[in-house]
Design a protein around this ligand. Sequence first.
Ligand code: ZN
Length: 330
Amino acid sequence: KYDVKIPNCLGRFGYGDNTINITNWFPVCCVYDEKGWDLNSYMALGDPFYSDISNFTVNILIPSKYDIACTGSIIEEKKNENKKLCKLQGKKVRDFAIILSDKFKINKSVYGHTSITTYSLNKDLAVESNKVARESIKIFSELFGEYPYDTYSVVASDFFVGGMEYPTLVMIDKNLYSENSKFLLEYVIAHETAHQWWYSVVGNDEISEPWLDEALTEYSTVLYFENKYGEEMKDKLIKTMEVQSENYKGADIFRSSTEFKNSTEYSLNVYTKGAVVFNEIRKKVGDKIFFETLQEYYNSYMFQNVNGIQFTDIWKNKGVNIDEIVSQCD
Ligand SMILES: [Zn+2]
């Protein structure tokens, strides 16, 4: 039992003028893996999380003016004149996030069995953001394997750094919802949606091996643009990434987030160089083996945690030596 005061800050856990971000808000049990109990604690760089899959039922009592965006869905709601008690449920998820606001504009669409809800804070790009969310779920379902949940929520938030992924819910910096940053908004929504495959369904230790989800997610973002806008768009994005990361060694993508000096060095290595490495793997093995292997990886490790050795072993079985490809990316 504990009391906690939600701070006034634009972080994962905090509130601003528009939203109350209640994420990473409860103690979680350490993961017990092949190295024993994982005792890494919170750090500022990257997404310092590592957790197992679980089922969550959450009761929340809030002023009734707030709409709730959450992992999973609201399964029960009782209201009196100024408060409401809601029961929220998320099944087979590795975390549980809640964002509240009395200013949400809500757009809905459906893809297969999944209802896609986007929460915006102004009219700009509200419809577009729902289209991008739906398109991302569709493209990644077709490329990697079906999105397994019934809900997906993209939530404009008082959040200071791009976007952040949680199971079935991602938060997006509200300032990206403007004509001027339309491309960036699409990029961030596609990236955070790709995390539903790499982090949410197939999990990993994001401190020791951040490349496992981030490099693959960043390359998946490129795949989204390739599928939506064509091969030229992919070539353009990869060219930019090659230039941005040319001074970094391929092998450095494997470093833990504790080994990077700052967030620029971290993201240019793990995300940018990482995406370049995945593009090289694809060039080496060809599209057929590349996508079959990712589908196999997704299906084999669904709702589990993986480590880098398991990942490279899957490729080894296809005759691909990832270390060799990585060393050629220096
Ligand atoms: Zn990411």
